[in-house]
Design a protein around this ligand. Structure first.
Ligand code: SF4
Ligand code: SF4
Ligand code: SF4
Length: 352
């Protein structure tokens, strides 16, 4: 029975990550999964061990299969970007990607395929709605504990959910990565297609490291030189886009989004939260130098989270709303704004 294969796939995907959106059992998930994986591909996905493995090792987990036949399917899956592949010591290795971040983000890099993506958008929206309803009803329990993340190049431990990274750290991240890929921002691209274009630049979804190498090789992203990447970053910063980094413990994704609060689904969600700083990993908090502040109010509009306001003729911050993006600093003419590290123990946790 086809659904049994996709039901098994739920566990395989969630074993990789439940960050952002776990795979949950519902008709909408089965529809989404069937759109992305054929039944044979789903079976192979379920047989993939954690981490990278050869076609031979994967075939060994599928009774009666032949490595050559499995290798053919794995290549198709890698070309569809539902799994990663890489070459090592003359062999091709394959790795199953989690649903989010992972498979979905890579699909959205397929910008030339509007018909495919249009249907995927609908299936995904239906799935996310069903998943949220199930989570809200208490019918599903997911772990709220983040998994320890990998060390990113800037030397900061991250957890398996979005981390807000200010400009200076972004620069370091760019300088330290050999492979950087870029693609069109899917949220703003969809806005444009639906007649709601965004005024912000669009060619700035970035991906780093092994994931970047894979997406560049598959033609999903374009490779950037360090100089080009810094230029993209500068343009994003100037436009007031928030740098949002997402990865999983096994660095499946390594994605850097430059997001606007008008089109980014995630940012819209944080904004609606009464405590945005707990909806993301907010490692910094804005600090105001009252003496340097000339009350010009330029920073008020710049802040996407409504964390700054005038209070009795003085600028004040709302700690719970500040996500430490540093965008406000960019427009301050007197350098009255800086970022302070939030206390380590205050890294907020978010339930999936
Ligand atoms: S998450 Fe942000 S950068 Fe990524 S696609 Fe959405 S708006 Fe664009
Ligand atoms: S106050 Fe500044 S650092 Fe905090 S969220 Fe707003 S723009 Fe970002
Ligand atoms: S931009 Fe700078 S000077 Fe102007 S209100 Fe904000 S902190 Fe004060």
């Amino acid at each position: 029975m086809v659904e049994a294969v996709y039901e098994k796939l739920i566990d395989a995907l969630n074993a990789r990550s439940t960050f952002l959106a776990p795979a949950v059992k519902c008709d909408e998930f089965f529809a989404l999964a069937a759109y992305l994986y054929s039944p044979v591909e789903a079976e192979i996905a379920c047989a993939m061990p954690p981490g990278f493995a050869t076609a031979r090792e994967i075939a060994a987990n599928i009774p009666g299969s032949h490595p050559d036949q499995i290798a053919g399917h794995l290549e198709t899956m890698a070309n569809k970007a539902v799994i990663h592949s890489k070459e090592k010591n003359g062999e091709t290795l394959y790795e199953l990607l989690p649903l989010f971040p992972g498979v979905m983000e890579l699909q959205f890099y397929r910008t030339g395929e509007d018909e495919f993506l249009g249907k995927l958008d609908i299936l995904l929206a239906q799935y996310l709605k069903a998943m949220r309803a199930l989570l809200k009803s208490g019918a599903l329990v997911t772990t709220g504990a983040p998994s320890p993340g990998r060390k990113v190049a800037i030397g900061q431990e991250v957890y398996s959910r979005s981390t807000i990274i200010p400009y200076t750290e972004m620069k370091e991240l760019i300088m330290e990565n050999e492979y950087i890929g870029t693609a069109v921002c899917h949220c703003r691209h969809v806005g444009e297609q639906w007649g709601k274009p965004c005024s912000k630049p669009m060619d700035n979804c970035m991906i780093f490291g092994t994931s970047a190498k894979f997406t560049i090789e598959k033609g999903l992203t374009s490779r950037l030189t360090t100089e080009q990447a810094l230029q993209v970053l500068d343009e994003a910063e100037k436009a007031g886009l928030i740098h949002q980094y997402g990865d999983t413990p096994d660095h499946y994704s390594n994605i850097l989004c430059n997001c606007c609060s008008c089109h980014c689904i995630a940012l819209k969600g944080y904004n609606k939260s009464p405590v945005p700083s707990e909806a993301v990993i907010a490692r910094y908090l804005v600090k105001i130098d009252d003496e340097a502040c000339t009350i010009c109010e330029a920073c008020l509009e710049r802040c996407q989270m409504g964390a700054l306001k005038m209070d009795g003729g003085k600028l004040s911050r709302d700690e719970s709303r500040c996500i430490g993006c540093g965008l406000c600093m960019y427009v301050c003419p007197t350098e009255a704004l800086t970022l302070d590290k939030r206390p380590a123990g205050k890294i907020p946790l978010k339930k999936c």
